[in-house]
Design a protein. Structure first.
Length: 247
């Protein structure tokens, strides 16, 4: 996090928390976190819970992001949601290209770049996810994979001031296997050589490993999955980032 203006901690809830639970969670998070200097915080609920998150967090420094956004303004795309619709709802930003979207729902480097470009045009902030699978790392393809993923984003939007990249090695997501701080630092340096925007680390970030990961040069924050589903661990990760920002 050395040199980063403000660390960014985002909680990716995936397909957890309906509207009622979201409202309760956000009320509690708001009470627990208050204002955290030097750290930007966002929650990313499922579409159906965005409204409750926006209402519960209105006037607080905690932002609300969606988990995906389509690249057309409207049209015959059953099941998809457009960036402009999210903007109208009051959403601050969106994740695009999460590895679960790439793995299970056919997202490619090209569609992820389109999603990012349209969301930025609509006025949303974007967290674009990249990262290699275990097999790709074992075969020594990590840099090629990252070059393809980041290159598509770079061609589409360049170093846009509202773009953040999340480096999430697929083998570290939801597995409890975190990248070592050194490995994360190396990957972040490589990504930054391709596109100079803030880069979050994601993949089994928890209160116990957050400080060490966030202290790596080039790690500008974290995209947190499992540990963002409870207030206390998520707040503890935000506290760790705040401590580093003060030091
Ligand atoms: P995890 O998920 O923290 O549960 O590994 C991270 C993510 O998928 O964004």
């Amino acid at each position: 996090m050395v040199g980063a203006a403000v660390a960014f901690i985002a909680g990716n809830w995936k397909m957890f928390k309906g509207p009622a639970e979201t409202a309760r969670f956000c009320d509690e998070l708001r009470r627990r976190i208050g204002a955290v200097d030097g750290v930007r915080i966002a929650v990313c609920p499922p579409y159906v819970s965005l409204r409750e998150a926006i209402d519960a967090l209105a006037g607080s420094p905690i932002a609300v992001f969606a988990q995906n956004a389509h690249w057309h303004e409207s049209g015959a795309f059953t099941g998809e949601v457009a960036s402009l619709m999210l903007r109208e709802l009051g959403v601050d930003g969106t994740i695009v290209g999460h590895s679960e979207r790439r793995q299970h729902f056919g997202d490619t480097n090209e569609t992820v770049a389109l999603r990012a470009a349209t969301a930025l045009d609509a006025g949303l902030d974007v967290i674009a996810c990249v990262g290699e699978s275990a097999e790709e790392r074992e075969k020594g393809w990590t840099e090629d994979v990252l070059r393809g993923q980041v290159g598509a984003l770079s061609d589409a939007v360049g170093a846009n001031g509202r773009l953040t990249i999340a480096y999430e090695p697929v083998w570290a997501i939801g597995t409890g296997r975190t990248a070592t701080p050194e490995l994360a630092g190396e990957a972040h340096a490589f990504i930054r050589s391709l596109l100079d925007v803030p880069i979050l680390y994601g993949g089994s970030v928890k209160p116990e490993n957050a400080a060490e990961l966030l202290a790596q040069p080039g790690v500008d924050g974290a995209l947190v999955g499992g540990a963002s589903l409870e207030v206390e661990p998520f707040a503890a990760i935000c506290d760790a980032a705040a401590r580093l920002a003060r030091d």
